[in-house]
Design a protein around this ligand. Structure first.
Ligand code: NIG
Ligand code: FE
Length: 434
């Protein structure tokens, strides 16, 4: 087992070093340039519409978008800049995976097999498996090994054009181990061309040493640890698992109050397995997003719509758990709630390291249109992370872009197992052909 981990570490670090050389250009390269004759999906249309510019151009300098419009209208100032002619390929913002647990140790292949034989996710969790088994594996790893085992999953996302990943803690469940997870998550951005947003999710499961003392765990680890992690500058947002196998609404509210006192935004695993009225709670705290939402009620939708809380849909978990209750998508749409889509990468309910496959699942399982799905992994995912300068191709936005060898945005995720990405740009740097 240990040899195995060492081997993975070796392999990932090898790749890491190569990648680092390739992307030493991550430090801003001042050469401005123009991408011309692309079909530009600005994602700047009304309500997340793709806002396509046929034969469009984008001028980029210092990692930002300086101009976007029709190629024929390119201002004289940018005419002399180096120009990439893209022959009508589709240019989109880089993809954003706005809900992951991608830094974790171990796997849960055995539980996958048990579930196939009829065991339920909740039953396995109550018997001490589930999240807690991943906690044991994650606690046992130091920073280097935890990073090494997480990188292959992260690299799989990057190869599909992901430029921003949200990463949660939640498999440490001690102050030190939760902080370790976020420290490792942040370090990913030092060695890969990706923006990382970290989320404090100590209220993910009750560790055995606090059995019967959930309130004390909330105080000692979730709240005290949050203050410590925040003081270290490691927290962008705060999340909780509000569920009958997770934490109560009152406990969640206490964590949210502590987050607000620190000026941190909140989000929530809400209404995944039952209706706990969590979506309304997160909306009440002006939260960024409510995630999962299969059991979301009409009043929850109303509260989210009123506050502009993003609905993050996670079809990988729906699929893995063989859930049959769909999130109330028509009602979310009708209420004008912005919808994001994410992998929920985790070893239990969504061992899924492909955002493109997730996009396909969001269409096939949830009947989202290709335009809704593209908005779900760009503009609405940025909103779910509170990032105002990400997820759109517009003046002043980060120049994180993807060029796809497709005529139609529906073709990005239509063929299972195909990756139509042909070029990525990160912080205004051309990372080259895939
Ligand atoms: O997003 N719902 C809670 N958390 C994860 C599952 C974590 C696990 O099973 O390890 C989720 O589905
Ligand atoms: Fe999750």
């Amino acid at each position: 087992m240990e040899t195995n981990i060492a081997r993975v570490a070796q392999r990932s670090y090898g790749r890491g070093l190569n990648f680092m050389q390739e992307t030493s250009l991550m430090a801003a390269n001042a050469t401005p340039f123009v991408i011309a004759h692309a079909r530009v999906a600005t994602m700047d249309g009304a309500q997340g519409a793709s806002g396509i510019i046929e034969d469009g151009a984008v001028a980029i300098a210092d990692g930002r978008i300086l101009w976007v419009g029709a190629s024929a209208d390119l201002p004289a100032d940018y005419q002399q800049w180096p120009r990439e002619h893209e022959e009508g390929r589709l240019l989109t913002p880089a993809l954003i995976d706005c809900h992951t647990h991608i830094v974790h140790g171990g796997d849960r292949a055995r539980e996958f097999a048990m579930r196939l034989e009829g065991a339920s996710y909740e039953g396995i969790a109550r018997a001490g498996g589930g999240i807690i088994s991943t906690v044991k594996a994650t606690r046992a790893m130091d920073d280097d090994v935890l990073l090494a085992v997480s990188l292959p999953r992260i690299d799989a996302l990057l190869a599909e054009g992901v430029g921003t990943i949200e990463i949660k803690s939640g498999y440490g469940l001690t102050v030190a181990d939760e902080i370790k997870m976020l420290r490792v998550a942040r370090h990913v951005a030092d060695i890969r061309p990706v923006h990382i947003r970290t989320t404090w999710l100590a209220a993910h499961a009750l560790p055995p040493e606090y059995a019967g003392e959930a309130d004390r765990y909330i105080d000692d680890v979730c709240i005290a640890g949050l203050r410590e992690a925040h003081a270290l500058g490691l927290v962008d947002a705060v999340d909780a698992f509000c569920e009958n196998i997770g934490f109560t609404r009152d406990q969640t509210q206490r964590v949210f109050e502590a987050a607000h006192a620190l000026g941190l935004p909140v989000k929530l695993h809400a209404e995944q397995l039952s209706d706990m009225d969590g979506a309304a709670l997160v909306a009440q705290f002006d939260g960024l997003s409510a995630d999962h939402l299969e059991y979301l009620s009409d009043s929850g939708i109303k509260a989210m719509a009123a506050q502009g809380t993003v609905a993050v849909l996670l079809p990988g978990a729906f699929y893995t758990l063989r859930e049959t209750k769909l999130p109330p998508i028509d009602k979310l749409r009708a209420a004008g709630v912005p919808i994001a889509v994410s992998t929920d990468n985790n070893p239990g309910t969504s061992p899924l390291s492909s955002l493109i496959l997730t996009m396909n699942m969001a269409s096939t399982l949830f009947r989202l249109t290709p335009d809704e799905v593209l908005a779900g992994v760009t503009v609405h995912a940025a909103k779910a992370l509170g990032m105002a300068d990400n997820g759109r191709i517009a003046l002043g936005m980060r120049a994180d872009l993807c060029l796809w060898d497709v005529d139609d945005s529906a073709a990005i995720a239509y063929q299972l197992g195909q990756n139509r990405l042909c070029k990525r740009y990160f912080n205004g740097q051309d990372l080259g052909h895939i």
